[in-house]
Design a protein around this ligand. Structure first.
Ligand code: ARG
Length: 270
């Protein structure tokens, strides 16, 4: 099953990224750029380097996932990146840098994890991680509360693999991917009904080449809103391999869960 393959991949990433462990060097083989752009340091698959400060809300989590700073003390990530709801001081979040080895990085320990209620491995792939102390001076990423922004061109970013089966990245990579409708994504040519249309949103090129990949899970997919501000529309969740033709990335549809995320955040103290 596709989902099992992905979750096993995530477990592997967690093992190889042992808590607080060293960051693997960039993948040796450069993937083909999906957009034909000059691509000196690819990551995400088919991506390019993000500039320092470009996406201040990006978070790297020590189990080998991404996240987004939702508030000074809360990181929004994927349910499949965490094991349960409850007290948890084992996660380290790294923030404020594109280079995970930078001496100016900010780190915080977790003190609580909230996993989406009812999560059993398909859909509902969101979680909040509370940090032991607030992070100030970094912009947070607001979540979409309506479906108004659930189409168009999205930005993806992360420190995950730059090619299917590749190693985790030291430097934050970014790329853009177009929205794929539920009907297209669930067509027999693509996921044949595996996508939970109400809870998930697909993005990618029919020809493949650009995608999130293992280790990007939990990170945000985002775009500009009507005021030109970044807004989060997705959470990296799953896909069949990475950047394969006819296999777009599948993301948690944040707008669908926005009320639940907001009330969970309130219950966690902000
Ligand atoms: N579940 C994966 C992770 O743990 C992310 C998979 C995203 N895959 C994709 N083809 N977009 O990092």
């Amino acid at each position: 099953m596709v989902r099992w393959r992905i979750f096993l991949g995530t477990a592997f990433a967690a093992l190889t990224m042992a808590a607080g462990g060293a960051i693997a060097s960039p993948a040796a083989a450069a993937p083909t750029s999906g957009d034909g752009a000059v691509n000196p340091t690819p990551s995400v698959v088919g991506g390019t380097r993000a500039a320092q400060g470009e996406f201040p809300f990006m978070v790297r989590l020590s189990m080998g996932c991404g996240g987004a700073l939702y508030s000074p003390t809360l990181v929004l990530t994927a349910a499949h990146c965490v094991s349960r709801t409850g007290a948890n001081s084992s996660i380290t979040a790294t923030l404020g840098v594109v280079d995970l080895n930078s001496s100016s990085r900010i780190t915080r320990r977790s003190n609580y994890v909230y996993r989406a209620p009812g999560y059993t491995g398909a859909g509902k792939d969101w979680a909040l991680i509370r940090l032991a102390s607030p992070v100030t001076g970094l912009a947070t990423l607001p979540i979409a509360t309506t479906t108004a922004y659930d189409s168009g061109t999205f930005t993806i970013a992360g420190w995950g693999a730059a090619s299917e089966g590749g190693s985790q990245q030291r430097y934050l990579l970014k790329a853009t991917v177009p929205y794929v409708s539920d009907a297209t994504c669930n067509s027999s040519a693509m996921y044949g009904g595996e996508v939970i249309a109400a809870e998930e949103i697909c993005a990618g090129y029919t020809s493949g080449g650009v995608d999130t990949c293992q280790g990007d899970s939990g990170g945000p997919m985002f775009r500009r809103d009507a005021n030109n501000a970044w807004i989060q529309v997705g959470i990296v969740s799953w896909g069949d391999g990475c950047a394969r033709p006819n296999k777009p990335g599948v993301y948690t549809q944040v707008s669908y869960f926005s009320s639940a995320i907001r009330s969970a955040a309130t219950s966690l103290g902000g």
